[in-house]
Structure formats: structure tokens, C-alpha cells
Design a protein around this ligand. Structure first.
Ligand code: ATP
Length: 347
């Protein structure tokens, strides 16, 4: 039976990288029934809604989404579609595994980090107002409920996946109440998981520590804004934004999307790297119980990156998005599907 998945191609490089990903996912032989919808400015032109009702109803039905980036206007205009979708479906946990692809050379080989970001509150509450002309206020909301929920998600993930250490990242020396509450909740949850080492690092020090020695960390647990910033930093360890996947999990639904944005500087040129969305697709295949297909794509990625003939510019190659996708489809047709043995979550 085909898996029903809501597809949001997005804008900027979104449609290019999502279409490439769909071709590659389908080349595994797994059947999908895609329900595709526009969102953001493009949807507004068609439906006068930034998130069309039909899109919401589709996710309610399928409970699984694969999403390209949707541009959020800077300094004005509508608020973020990503944030709105995460809030609408209570996708409270943002999951970003940071792992090298073996054939992509970087300054930091062998990085294996998991970044868990709280997705529903913090400075992303979007509550901003002008107090008096020339003075504005932005509210950072931190609740015990959401902080405990994300901490439990992180520790459960660590337990199930045999991770060893979690560091909660904060600035509680300055934001004593808000970040103070966040780490109190993580600390309290950590006591239920004695086999996992728990630590706390201040966010500015974490940036330096990461650049000096990313191997000292195993999992990072962060509130919303620190999670956004640190995950871009961590993407650089493994070759940049074109490579790093992500997933947003709630209790009911999950939406899989890359860490990167709509990259307007390279949109429409057929040069974007679809690997980040594709690896988000690998996470989706695992979520759907299609581990064999996920492992098959993983092997094809190793082949295509290993040969270095059809990789995109961001990783030192010369190929375009379409050429990379063609090479991946060819590789999937050439390499036999692997035996169902890989238990580990590989992306
Ligand atoms: P947002 O704030 O919307 O998350 P961002 O600040 O993370 O966006 P991006 O739009 O992701 O910014 O782009 C940052 C840089 O990375 C740009 O120079 C862009 O061209 C590059 N980039 C992002 N995604 C890709 C990709 N898939 N392939 C190649 N380059 C990319």
C-alpha cells in the first residue's frame, strides 16, 4: 500500500530540492501517495491564505509531511510558516542529527552529534510590541511543561539509541528566570536517566567549545533560538547546510525538513544540493518503517559522493541538482538493496 505523505515543495530552492528528493525516494520502489500543497507567499496568491485549509486537513489525515523551505519575510510581512506549522501540530521536538557523509571531506571528520531543539516557544512566541516609539519589546516564553516535554524527548531518544551524554545549553547566568527554568526542568528529567551523563554549558562557551572540539559533545538540548543558531554552526562540521537533515516530531504527526532556508541567492539555477532534504527523506522512511529503502539510499549516497563526479558545488563538485538526482537514481538501480541488518539510525 502507498504511504500517504503531505508534500510542501516550498519556495526558493524548495521545489528543486524537493522534486529531486521525490524522484530518488520513488526510485527505491517504495510507493507514495503524495498530497502536494503550496504554503507561504505562493499559497497566498492562489488561496488568500498563507497556510491553506486543505494543507492543514491533509497533514491531519496523513500525519506525515515532507517539506521544502518556505521563505519568511525579514522585518515585516507574514510570520513564519515553519513556526506556524510546528505550533498547529504541536511538533515540539526538532531533531537534527549531525553526521559526516564518509566521502565529503571536512575539517572535522567523524562528527556524530544530535541536536534537539524545543520548537514551540522561547523567542519564537512572536509576541513583540512597541512600548513607545523607539522602544520595542520581544517576549521570551519558557514554560515548565514545554521544557520538561523536550527534555524527556531528548532523554528517551538517548536511552533508545544508546547515546551517552546530554548537555543542556543555556544563558541562565543572564536570563535567570527563563533559561533558569529550562535547565531546572532538564536537570530534573535527567535524574530519571542515571545511565546518561548530564551536563550544562552556557551558550557562548558552547560555540567556542564546539569549534575547538565538537567530539566532546554527544547530544545538545536547547531552547528554540539557541537551537536554531547552533544547528547551523553544527551543519558546518559536516559540509554545510546542503547536507544536514531535520525532523519535527509531535505526539501525533511528524514533518521532515532540511535545516537550510530557501536560499534565494541560488534559487532557480539548478545548483542547490538536495542532499539535506533527501536525508530528511531518509529519516521519514525510517519513521514509516521503510528501513531497507532508507539503507539503500544511504548506500547510493556513499557511491555518488565517493565517485565525486556528480556532486554539487557547495561540496566542491560541479553538478547541478538534476544531474545529482539522475546519478542517485542510477545508483539505486545499480546497487542491490541491502540485507535488512542495519539497525542503527543512519542518515
Ligand atoms: P533561514 O533563516 O530561512 O533558515 P538561513 O539563514 O539558514 O535561512 P539559507 O537560505 O539556508 O539561510 O542559506 C544560507 C546559505 O547557505 C546561502 O548562501 C545558501 O546559498 C546556502 N545554502 C542553503 N541551502 C543550500 C543547499 N541546499 N545547497 C547549496 N547551498 C545552500
Amino acid at each position: 500500500m502507498a504511504h500517504k505523505v503531505t508534500l510542501i515543495p516550498g519556495d526558493g530552492i524548495g521545489p528543486e530540492v524537493v522534486n529531486a528528493t521525490v524522484r530518488i525516494l520513488e526510485a527505491t520502489g517504495v510507493k507514495f501517495a503524495w498530497e502536494s500543497f503550496a504554503a507561504g507567499a505562493e499559497a497566498y496568491e492562489k488561496y488568500h491564505e498563507y497556510i491553506p485549509k486543505e494543507l492543514i486537513e491533509s497533514i491531519e489525515r496523513t500525519c506525515v509531511g515532507l517539506k521544502g523551505p518556505v521563505t519568511t519575510p525579514i522585518g515585516g510581512g507574514f510570520s513564519s510558516i515553519n513556526v506556524a506549522l510546528r505550533r498547529q501540530f504541536e511538533l515540539f521536538a526538532n531533531f537534527r542529527p549531525i553526521r559526516n557523509l564518509p566521502a565529503v571531506p571536512t575539517r572535522y571528520p567523524g562528527v556524530d552529534l544530535v541536536v534537539i531543539r524545543e520548537n514551540t516557544e522561547g523567542l519564537y512566541s512572536g509576541i513583540e510590541h512597541e512600548v513607545v516609539p523607539g522602544v520595542v519589546e520581544s517576549l521570551k516564553i519558557i514554560t515548565e511543561k514545554a521544557s520538561t516535554r523536550i527534555s524527556r524527548f531528548a532523554f528517551e531518544y538517548a536511552r533508545k539509541n544508546h547515546r551517552k551524554k546530554i548537555h543542556a545549553i543555556h544563558k541562565a547566568n543572564i536570563m535567570k528566570l527563563s533559561d533558569g527554568l529550562f535547565i531546572r526542568c532538564s536537570r530534573s528529567v535527567s535524574k530519571e536517566y542515571p545511565e546518561i551523563t548530564y551536563g550544562e554549558h552556557i551558550v557562548d562557551n558552547t560555540c567556542m567549545q564546539l569549534v575547538m572540539n565538537p567530539y566532546q559533545y554527544d547530544m545538545l538540548l536547547l531552547e528554540n533560538l539557541y537551537g536554531d543558531i547552533i544547528s547551523d554552526l553544527c551543519a558546518a562540521f559536516v559540509g554545510g547546510l546542503g547536507l544536514v537533515p531535520g525532523a519535527n516530531f509531535g505526539h501525533q504527526c511528524a514533518i521532515f525538513e532540511a535545516v537550510h532556508g530557501s536560499a534565494p541567492d541560488i534559487a532557480g539555477k539548478d545548483i542547490a544540493n538536495p542532499t539535506a532534504v533527501l536525508r530528511s527523506g531518509i529519516l521519514m522512511l525510517r519513521h514509516l518503517g521503510e528501513d531497507n529503502a532508507a539503507n539503500h539510499i544511504r548506500l547510493a549516497l556513499e557511491k555518488v559522493y565517493g565517485e565525486k563526479k556528480h556532486t554539487t558545488r557547495d561540496v566542491g563538485g560541479t553538478a547541478g541538482t538534476t544531474e545529482f538526482a539522475d546519478a542517485m537514481v542510477d545508483a539505486l538501480h545499480t546497487i542491490p538493496p541491502p540485507e535488512p541488518v542495519l539497525q542503527e539510525v543512519e542518515i
